[in-house]
Design a protein around this ligand. Structure first.
Ligand SMILES: Cc1cc2nc3c(=O)[nH]c(=O)nc-3n(C[C@H](O)[C@H](O)[C@H](O)COP(=O)(O)OP(=O)(O)OC[C@H]3O[C@@H](n4cnc5c(N)ncnc54)[C@H](O)[C@@H]3O)c2cc1C
Length: 618
């Protein structure tokens, strides 16, 4: 171990009593124990510090010198998710790297990261783990898991650090950092899962640290496409897959979990297992939807590779003339969405700005039949031609395309890197769309929510700035597997909520705030998304929610994230493979909300609401 690292570790140990959140599970460990782990790992154990630490002259209450050179690099990369994910202490949504419960953080100004921090500002450790194991192979994961288990340490898996619920951060933990594990991608035609006798399709095998941009490039070069997310830097074989994984192509080609042919993972007891339909199929079930790393650490994934095929595209931008027009536009969108989904359209639809709706859909079900595509999308064309919209500024088009290439949104879906965010989501089932009264209610709700979200910028410049960064949005994502037929093989089941398969919409409410925002602003963000979504919860009792992108205070999470049957099955599996709850995270299978590991999540009166009869998180 280098002396620099030794001194860093010493300083972490020395300041354990000053950690910002609940006390460390590992505080009884001697330096010699950490040295032993470091030696087992070949000297690569890293200390975890907040990404912006070099820009502060006080770390955890102890004055010290800034590191001007490193600070300049941090400032330059602060708004880049590529920079963030390359740093162990970096988190995309910086509220989760901090400790919201104590209003402590170590953040720069999102809008102006080059602005010097105040001389008396303290860089708090927040929820950034104290140590990181940069993984370069399964043995590193096994070593880390065994060390954490033997020493009863907190342990967490971090990959891109993009999680919307902060589940890859944990105060005082040892982090297993998967980002570095990106072995060369491997394409196998007619892939046969280990232990099986017959091929299950062409497959691309990747390490868990593989992010989407390079996976998309590899697939395209080889004339394949993959089901993947809208972010270049989210990990294809990490949290995205573990929780479900929706995509522009999911309507026709399924969720990420439907496309996983084989997963290799380190279990909480340290064993390295291969899971597929022919062996360890219950673990395969748990890893494909259980989410949050609660069922072990995914090391390698083989994903179905789809030969490139023709697709159709449809794009709409409709800017409402006034409030009444906007109300009608939302109703037209609501009234037609189920039919669009049933016809095979999928992609992103959002209301990102004042009285504006945009969508970009793909359809791989209709081949190259433009006539059929236009007929299917007639309502959108009529809308763009109507008196409801402003011109210029509104348009609709249908075109030809192919599935070759990326489904990622340029700029990471608006570029929120460095902001804090509160999110709430809901899978809206087709029962709502089949009922005219409920559709009407949904139109009204969308109107109320969008007017609330988008009218603020007029009076609040910072709110406006955040809105322009794409982090104040109402999205009706058509990325659900609505027409996809999942496997009926009992050994090839996924654990995501069945609501995914009957829902045309995955509604996302997102409310961004600056990383150094005061507690009342943060609280307002969580309240806004949660209470706005309550209106949709009330009219979709058979709906669900995506645990990767869920409200931190989602109600009845067991039912909404997995469905009752899957939840019970997952709980049984969890007790079998992780009886000590070594791997736990907020709202995950088997978690305990009172666990000190969650001491940095804000409460905002939620516990009182639960005590008063409001359905609890799980
Ligand atoms: C800009 C942006 C766009 C997005 N677009 C989409 C989208 O199109 N579709 C979609 O479905 N989701 C999307 N998401 C949400 C995404 O699925 C989640 O943020 C997901 O948790 C990210 O996983 P990660 O491993 O990259 O991130 P991390 O924050 O590192 O990890 C997230 C969770 O997964 C666990 N985890 C990570 N790696 C492993 C592993 N190897 N083994 C076990 N557990 C692991 C972590 O412990 C944590 O609980 C998007 C997110 C962002 C920020």
């Amino acid at each position: 171990m280098s002396s620099l690292r030794l001194s860093l570790i010493s300083s972490v140990l020395f300041f354990l009593s000053l950690t910002d959140c609940s006390p460390l599970a590992g505080d009884r460990l001697a330096e010699a124990d950490w040295n032993a782990l470091n030696s087992t790992l070949g000297g690569k154990l890293l200390t975890g510090t907040p990404i912006a630490k070099p820009c502060f002259s006080n770390y955890k209450g102890v004055p010290g010198a800034k590191d001007a050179t490193s600070c300049t690099a941090v400032q330059a990369g602060y708004n880049s998710p590529f920079y963030e994910k390359k740093n162990p202490g970096g988190y995309m949504w910086v509220n989760y790297g901090g400790c919201m419960a104590k209003a402590q953080h170590c953040n720069l100004d999102f809008a102006s990261p080059r602005t010097a921090v105040a001389p008396d500002a303290i860089c708090h450790q927040g929820s950034v783990p104290d140590f990181f194991v940069p993984v370069t192979g399964p043995k590193d994961v096994q070593d880390a898991v065994k060390f954490a288990s033997a020493n009863k340490l907190r342990v967490v898996v971090k990959n891109s650090g993009h999680d919307h619920k902060g589940r890859s951060a944990q105060p005082g933990a040892l982090a297993i950092w998967m980002d570095p594990y990106q072995p060369p991608l491997k394409l196998e035609k007619a892939f046969v899962p280990e232990g099986c006798k017959t091929p299950v399709g062409d497959g691309i095998t990747m390490g868990s640290g593989q992010q989407f941009n390079t996976l998309y490039q590899f697939a395209a070069i080889n004339k394949y496409s993959v089901v993947g997310g809208s972010s270049n830097t989210v990990k294809a074989g990490g949290g995205w897959l573990n929780g479900g994984g929706h995509s522009t192509y999911s309507n026709n080609l399924g969720l990420g979990v439907d496309n996983a042919l084989q997963i290799k993972a380190v279990m909480p007891n340290g064993t390295y297992v291969t899971a597929n339909r022919c062996q360890n199929s219950e673990i395969f079930f748990g890893l494909r939807g259980g989410g949050g790393g609660a069922f072990g650490v995914i090391v390698e994934v083989t994903q179905l590779a789809h030969p490139v095929r023709a697709s159709l595209s449809a794009s709409l931008t409709a800017v409402g003339k006034d409030a009444e027009s906007w109300r009608k536009i939302l109703q037209i969108i609501t009234d037609n969405s189920e039919q669009w989904a049933a016809d095979g359209w999928g992609g992103v639809m959002a209301a990102p700005a004042m009285r504006t709706i945009v969508f970009g859909f793909a359809n791989v079900k209709m081949g190259t039949n433009l006539t059929q595509a236009r007929a299917s999308m007639k309502a959108a064309q009529d809308l763009a031609n109507s008196d409801l919209v402003m011109r210029p500024g509104s348009f609709f088009s249908v075109g030809l395309g192919s599935t070759q290439g990326s489904t990622a949104t340029p700029g990471e879906g608006g570029g929120g890197q460095g902001l804090g965010v509160a999110m709430s989501t809901r899978l809206i089932p087709n029962t709502l769309f089949f009922d005219a009264d409920k559709r009407q209610k949904m139109g009204d709700i969308l109107f109320n929510i969008t007017e609330n979200f988008n009218s603020k910028p007029v009076t609040d410049p910072m709110h406006n700035f955040i809105a322009n960064s794409g982090q104040l949005t109402v999205e009706m994502l058509m990325t659900t597997p609505y027409t996809y037929k999942p496997s009926k093989d009992p050994n090839d089941q996924t654990s995501v909520s069945p609501a995914w398969r009957i829902s045309p919409w995955h509604v996302v409410l997102k409310w961004g705030f600056k990383g150094d925002a005061p507690p009342n602003v943060v609280e307002n963000a969580y309240r806004q998304v949660h209470e706005s979504m309550d209106m949709m919860r009330a009219i979709t009792p058979d709906g669900g929610s995506y645990n990767n992108e869920a409200d931190v205070y989602e109600v009845e999470g067991g039912k909404t994230f997995w469905g009752k049957d899957n939840y019970n099955r997952l709980m049984k599996l969890k007790k079998e493979i992780d009886p000590d709850n070594l791997f736990t995270c907020w709202g995950c299978i088997g978690w305990n909300p009172d666990d000190e590991r969650f001491g940095c999540y804000p409460d905002y009166g939620y516990k009182e609401k639960v005590a008063a009869g409001y359905p609890a998180v799980l």
